[in-house]
Design a protein around this ligand. Structure first.
Ligand code: PLP
Ligand SMILES: N[C@@H](CCOP(=O)(O)O)C(=O)O
Length: 509
């Protein structure tokens, strides 16, 4: 059972608790925290867990990673119950049949209509739980423990983090987003929240610039000591952990629908920062019978190129600049969580099972990536990735045409969001190559509600008779946002100092 965490870049194992890892976010050496051993599922889990609710499954999985001395059973159950009581679907993440071989895992039934809610509702409650416990032990004359959350978003993490943390005592939230590169509804979701502990910074630059500034803030010892910086991005291990539940839940849901336990199950995941699919990798390593994890990228295709060539490098076009695509939340060049996967792959191959050596090799690769923009992985590492992962790249035109095709052929006129469409396009490419006797079923992750991306959805569907965005797609709750006042704080340059100054100005200490 894994209870010890280490940094992906450090040679030394650090005996860190789950609480340390969650509250610290990023390791001091710039690496990501990961469990050195991945816990294994009980041998009877396929039978025992098959009929569990989402909440029961979440408990079973989290319990394998979090010691009951750190969070007792009763408290963990309460955290889980509160985190998923805010979802509009009783199942939390229901499965929807699209075709005989294709199912959509709808992850957008939380407060902000994006998959991030599944983890960030829980992470918000976790921060609060740890802070209440820490402060309860403090004498009245000592300063209270606080946390200053600093996060970067390409649109969805920001609002999900804000809705997970708004109004929470001793927590301040600062979300950086790239000016003009998120959808209007995403900006409204973040900037219309009135709680005094919530702040947004619209930064002139790309998501990668924002993510880079956030990582630099974590590396700033003085700033960190004063403000106690915390992470809501998927660099925070708790995000990856909480996302594992829906792989298990959908696996069992599909098995029940199929009544044929011999089917192979593949997950297709629209990917950017690699946090969502990485949760699937942990589920697989724990023992969930997954046939393949398929990475679906948009035209920002660093992950697809790695899978095909073993080279992890920024695009050769325009010095690796990010492209603005129809699936903007995935407009990311460097996928921060890919580092966690590389650590396991390196350890299992070139480092011959040695944790310290894996950290050393990965550290040198990450330095090389930073300085030259490119790393060539050992063939053994690339091969190890290919044993479970596959990938495809989807362009804007295909994204739009799949939205149109699914709407036109599905009996309920199902509307995909553009990120989900990248996954569905990828799924159809695989399905077209499968033989019937392969007996493969695809679960494609639906990562956001289509209403968040009106421009692309309308581009696909506007010419179809009878289609109406307002009537068929837009929930009243999101429609109401446009009438609220936005608080926009512009940072005119992607500058660490300017962001730090903006945070200091708001916190006033
Ligand atoms: C709607 C949507 N789909 C897909 C992704 C990609 O997920 P990940 O960054 O975990 O790979 C994101 C952003 O993270 C997103 O917001
Ligand atoms: N697509 C994300 C980018 C941040 O990714 P994260 O999973 O690391 O928080 C977003 O929508 O903000």
């Amino acid at each position: 059972m894994s209870k010890v965490y280490r940094s992906s870049r450090s040679a030394e194992a650090q005996a860190l608790s789950f609480e340390d890892v969650v509250m610290t976010g990023l390791a001091k050496d710039g690496g990501l925290f990961l469990p050195s051993e991945i816990p294994q599922l009980p041998s009877t889990f396929l039978k025992d867990w098959a009929n569990a609710s989402f909440q029961e499954l979440a408990f079973n999985i989290l319990r394998l990673y979090i010691d009951s001395k750190e969070i007792p059973d009763e408290d963990l159950k309460d955290l889980i119950a509160r985190s998923y009581s805010t979802f509009r679907s009783e199942e939390v993440t229901p499965l929807k049949k699209i075709d005989d071989d294709l199912y959509l895992l709808e992850l957008f039934h939380g407060p902000t209509y994006a998959f991030k809610d599944v983890a960030l509702q829980f992470v918000g409650n976790l921060f609060e739980y740890f802070l209440i416990r820490r402060n309860a032990k403090k004498p009245a004359d000592e300063p209270r423990d606080v946390i200053t959350v600093v996060g970067a978003t390409s649109g969805d993490t920001g609002s999900a983090a804000i809705y997970g943390l708004r109004g929470k005592k001793d927590v301040s939230v600062f979300i950086l987003y790239p000016t003009g590169r998120i959808s209007p509804i995403q900006e409204e979701q973040m900037t219309t929240v009135e709680d005094a502990n919530v702040h947004t910074l619209s930064v002139k630059g790309t998501f990668d610039d924002c993510q880079d500034i956030v990582k630099q803030i974590f590396g700033d010892v003085e700033f960190n000591e004063k403000y106690h910086v915390g992470a809501v991005n998927s660099i925070n291990w708790a995000r990856i952990l909480a996302q594992q539940t829906y792989y298990f839940y959908s696996y069992f849901q599909l098995q029940k629908t199929l009544k044929d336990t011999t089917s192979k199950i593949r997950f297709v995941v629209p990917s950017g920062n690699f946090g969502d699919i990485l949760a699937g990798y942990y589920a697989y390593r724990m023992g969930l019978p997954v046939d393949k994890l398929i990475i679906a990228t948009n035209e920002n295709d660093i992950l697809d190129r790695f899978m095909k060539s073993g080279r992890y490098e920024k695009s050769t076009e325009a010095e690796g600049a990010v492209k603005a695509t129809y699936s903007p939340a995935m407009d990311i060049v460097i996928s921060s969580n890919f580092e966690r996967l590389l650590w396991y792959l390196i350890r299992d191959t070139v480092a011959k099972g040695n944790d310290e050596e894996a950290g050393k090799v990965l550290n040198s690769w990450m330095q090389q990536l930073k300085t030259t923009g490119s790393v060539v992985a050992d063939e053994a590492v690339a091969q190890a990735a290919r044993t479970i992962f596959a990938s495809e790249r989807v362009d804007n035109e295909e994204t739009v045409s799949t939205i149109k095709q699914v709407y036109s052929t599905h009996p309920e006129k199902y509307v995909l969001d553009p990120h989900t469409s990248v996954g569905v396009t990828t799924s159809y490419r695989f399905i077209s190559k499968d033989a019937k006797e392969d007996n493969i079923k695809y679960i494609s992750l639906s990562t956001a509600h289509p209403a968040k991306f009106s421009e692309v959805v309308n581009k696909a569907l506007d010419t179809i008779d009878g289609y109406s965005f307002e009537k068929d797609v837009l929930p009243a709750e999101l429609k109401a946002l446009s009438t609220k006042e936005k608080r926009i704080n512009l940072i005119d340059e992607a500058s660490l100092e300017k962001v730090k100054d903006a945070i200091k100005k708001e916190l006033k200490y």
